[in-house]
Design a binder for this molecule. Structure first.
Ligand code: CP3
Length: 344
């Protein structure tokens, strides 16, 4: 009935589901207007009415199959007690942790005021969503969230990786707390109406293969298990960006319902390596939206080649960038639909 849910639950969808990471974002003038009205990105995240409005904006413009909650993965460390700021043109600036006593001071259970306003956004979006559209909730994966808590921003993750590899004791304590807070955050999103979850491990590609199980797979699996203990079989998309040849190990190791794939990685090849009914999501390069329409059409065809709609969620390989012309996104949706119509 809902194309995205159908794919995640191994039914044949009536059409190939499409959504775009960062679909509510700066490339849309109406997003920029609401963000200005809110005063800042973070104020927007914590204002349920305005956050609901920007969550729904892309669905008014485009025939997408899903809305993704408007919030940020860094809401979790902020709720745990770390000061957070987003500076124009600089990205996030997060207070850092340096040792086990810093970790001891973080909160991971109890009431989080930050979370309740996000949950309220979910409720409002759910109430405003058309019948066939699916509402996606999300959180960051422990490795990616920990990397921001250790480095304070989007740097090169070298320091975070050194801690994870050389100080497994306090890194492990930190991850335990991130898992506890993330599970609470996600269960609240489900209670408020989220129908699918995506776990973003944006920096998974930085982790050496020998440490992938401990740093990427096992912590995500803990979150998946904790959610499904309460909601059996809940649909969860795991996006371990950049693991390339290791997507099937991540898929199997985390029990994801679908696996997100970065660009420059063949969807058809990953699909062939996955267990029977598992789906893939992705993976048009965001830069394909910056070139000509003709080049975009060719790039869309290359992504779709050999990838059946029953096992695919169309998306980009990473978030859409602010420079994109909104008209190109409409063309993207048209090209995907036209490709499928020609196959019939
Ligand atoms: O996808 C959506 O439309 C839903 C909302 C969403 C945002 N961030 C809004 C946002 C989601 C799912 C995220 C996830 C997120 N946040 C990730 C994982 C996905 C990824 O992109 O790898 C990460 C690493 C973050 C942390 C973060 N937030 C960074 C590094 C930045 C700065 C980079 C940038 O694009 O500016 C943000 C800011 C942010 N989060 C913006 C939006 C729309 C732009 C801020 C603005 O409007 O000023």
């Amino acid at each position: 009935m809902k194309p995205l849910l159908d794919v995640l639950q191994s039914r044949i969808p009536e059409r190939r589901p499409i959504w775009v990471m960062r679909q509510a974002g700066r490339y849309l003038p109406e997003y920029r207007a609401v963000r200005d009205k809110a005063g800042s990105f973070l104020k927007l995240c914590y204002n349920p009415e305005l956050a609901c409005e920007v969550t729904l904006q892309p669905l008014r413009r485009y025939d997408f199959d899903a809305a993704i909650l408007f919030s940020d993965i860094l809401v979790v460390p902020q709720a745990m007690g770390l000061a957070l700021d987003f500076r124009e043109g600089e990205g996030p600036v997060l207070q850092t942790v340096h040792n086990s006593s810093d970790v001891d001071q973080l909160r991971s259970v109890g009431d989080f005021a930050e979370f309740s306003s996000v949950w309220q956004t979910v409720e409002l979006v759910k109430a405003g969503l058309a019948k066939k559209k699916t509402l996606i909730g999300f959180c960051g994966a422990p490795w990616t969230v920990a990397s921001y808590m250790i480095e304070g921003g989007s740097s090169n993750r070298k320091q975070a990786l050194a801690v994870a590899l050389e100080n497994p004791a306090w890194y492990g304590q930190l991850v335990e707390k991130i898992i506890a807070a993330s599970v609470l955050y996600l269960l609240g999103q489900i209670k408020a109406g989220a129908e699918v979850l995506q776990i973003f491990d944006s920096w998974a590609g930085d982790v050496p293969m020998a440490a992938q199980k401990r740093l990427v797979i096992d912590p995500i699996k803990r979150i998946v298990n904790a959610v499904r203990e309460v909601h059996a079989g809940f649909p969860i998309i795991v996006f371990a960006r950049g693991v390339n040849s290791q997507h099937s190990a991540v898929a199997v190791g985390t029990s994801a319902s679908a696996i997100g794939i970065e660009e420059d990685c063949s969807l058809a090849a990953v699909l062939a390596s996955l267990p029977d009914k598992m789906a893939v999501q992705g993976n048009l390069a965001p830069s394909a939206l910056l070139g000509s329409s003709d080049a975009l059409k060719v790039a869309v065809g290359a992504v779709l080649q050999g990838v059946p709609k029953a096992r695919h969620i169309f998306n980009l390989g990473h978030g859409i960038t602010p420079q994109v012309d909104p008209a190109m996104v409409a063309k993207l949706v048209d090209y995907v639909r036209a490709y499928d119509a020609e196959q019939l």
